[in-house]
Ligand binder design. Structure first.
Ligand code: FES
Length: 181
């Protein structure tokens, strides 16, 4: 069978000759100085390109990370403080009922007691539950721990340390308007 490939038979190896002689002594050629080997390399262009690549990389990193960071840390919604605002329609609070509306950072309960409108904070001063209007007892009641307040926010009984903050409510046309007291 004929030999294939790169098999190196002794006969072929002999035909290759001795090859380059290896000297075990004597000076080793120093080759070209380093400066000569780097001739033709434009270092200014290289550093400029490095800066460009770095800048592009930074821009890509920022444009990738920015939406991620914005998603993880959503913006704080600024609630603009107002002295008064239309919170809804007058018809939303019929006689002998109460309804809670957001007002600035607070929640306000508007009570219509036989046609007399009052408004005070709906956030119980005990632990922050929302109060509700109990028409049969004619008072504001907190279902969490039983705090009772007058329609005007003063304390009747319960564990709450403070009265409810007072607001005022009025009707203009169809609009129900709440304002700071
Ligand atoms: S939170 Fe209202 S009584 Fe406790």
């Amino acid at each position: 069978m004929a030999q294939q490939g790169n098999f190196k038979s002794p006969a072929r190896m002999g035909g290759l000759g001795d090859g380059a002689s290896v000297s075990s002594s004597g000076p080793v050629s120093a080759g070209k100085p380093r400066e000569d080997g780097l001739k033709g390399v434009n270092f200014e262009r290289r550093s400029f390109l490095g800066k460009v690549v770095g800048g592009v990389g930074a821009a890509v990193a920022v444009s990738t990370l920015y939406p991620v960071v914005k998603y993880i840390i959503p913006p704080v919604k600024e609630v603009k403080e107002v002295n008064e605002m239309v919170v809804g329609k007058a018809s939303e609070v019929p006689e002998n009922t109460g309804k809670i509306y957001p007002f600035n950072k607070d929640k306000v309960i508007v009570v219509n007691d036989n046609g007399t409108l009052t408004a005070c904070s709906a956030v119980c001063t005990h632990l922050g539950c929302l109060v509700r209007w109990e028409d049969k007892d004619n008072l504001l009641y907190c279902p969490c721990h039983g705090a009772k307040y007058k329609q005007t926010g003063e304390i009747i009984s319960g564990p709450q340390p403070l009265p409810l903050a007072v607001y005022s409510a009025r009707v203009e046309g169809d609009d129900l308007i709440v304002s700071k007291a």
